[in-house]
Design a protein around this ligand. Structure first.
Ligand SMILES: Nc1ncnc2c1ncn2[C@@H]1O[C@H](COP(=O)(O)OP(=O)(O)OP(=O)(O)O)[C@@H](O)[C@H]1O
Ligand SMILES: [Mg+2]
Length: 253
């Protein structure tokens, strides 16, 4: 049975794409068959996995506007066990094009249904908004994983995100579950990171991943080489963190 996980938080720069890239790659390393779907017009997950987003013949945009079969848009074996459905700036037009469709919230779900049995995990990297693209992702997903950056404003926007998740559960996807929260960019040298974790634990119910992703410069460097962390620096603290997260996800789900 495949599992579809949306990585979502409308707050920008919290580690959604970094988590999508490296969690996927570490799941693939463990022998799981993984598809990463980039549904953010910024295309950070696509470029971070070494795909030249400015030279795409087909992308998720073509899938969503029904121009091309999903199977023709997936880049196969980008890394061992890892396929990618990439995005680029063209996707920003999709929002307007989908607006008139009656089933506009189900477009991604209907497309993924055709390939879901080919994978153990499908990971969707959402944009930093609660737009129709994020709604499509949450409607298609079995669960949502929320990265939270260990910084002072971590909780800002989380209540809005939880409201959106509950609304989608009620109206569009009753099966949607909260996969949990994962803390990113943890800095062990400051008290702030630990305080943020305590504060979120007090204010948020639901599963909180034991694995905490450290702030690690190798994680920040890897995308400019188009490599996931386990290929870029397999022994780095970032690689250790994302491997542990992959293990925890496998046991938890
Ligand atoms: N654990 C980490 N250690 C160091 N740098 C990190 C870490 N996680 C993410 N970064 C860096 O922080 C920045 C934001 O991360 P990322 O792009 O993953 O966030 P995002 O939530 O996807 O952003 P957006 O909302 O714009 O899509 C990037 O430059 C990334 O390389
Ligand atoms: Mg991103």
């Amino acid at each position: 049975m495949s599992k579809i996980i949306a990585i979502a938080n409308q707050k920008g720069g919290v580690g959604k794409s970094t988590t999508s890239i490296n969690l996927s790659s570490c799941l693939a390393e463990k022998g799981k068959k993984v598809l990463v779907i980039d549904i953010d017009p910024q295309g950070n997950t696509s470029s971070g996995l070494g795909i030249d987003k400015n030279r795409l013949e087909n992308s998720i945009y073509d899938v969503l506007i029904d121009e091309e079969e999903i199977t023709n848009c997936i880049h196969k074996d980008v890394y061992e066990n890892l396929d990618v459905l990439p995005a680029n700036v063209n996707l920003s037009g999709a929002e307007i094009e989908l607006i008139d469709l009656d089933d506009r919230s189900y477009v991604l779900k209907n497309k993924i249904d055709k390939v879901r049995d080919d994978y153990d995990y499908i990971i969707i990297d959402c944009p930093p908004s609660l737009s129709i693209l994020t709604v499509n992702s949450l409607t298609a997903a079995d669960s949502v994983l929320v990265p939270i950056q260990c910084e002072y404003y971590a909780l800002e926007g989380i209540s809005q995100l939880i409201k959106t998740i509950n609304l989608i559960k009620k109206k569009l996807n009753p099966e949607l579950e909260m996969e949990g929260v994962v803390f990113t960019m943890y800095d062990s040298r400051t008290n702030l990171s630990a305080q943020v974790i305590d504060n979120v634990k007090e204010n948020l119910s639901g599963y909180i991943y034991e694995t905490v992703i450290p702030r690690n410069v190798r994680l920040a460097e890897a995308p400019s080489h188009g490599l996931p962390i386990n290929y870029y620096d397999s022994k780095s603290a970032g690689a250790v963190g994302y491997r542990k997260l992959a293990d925890e996800l496998i046991t938890h789900s």
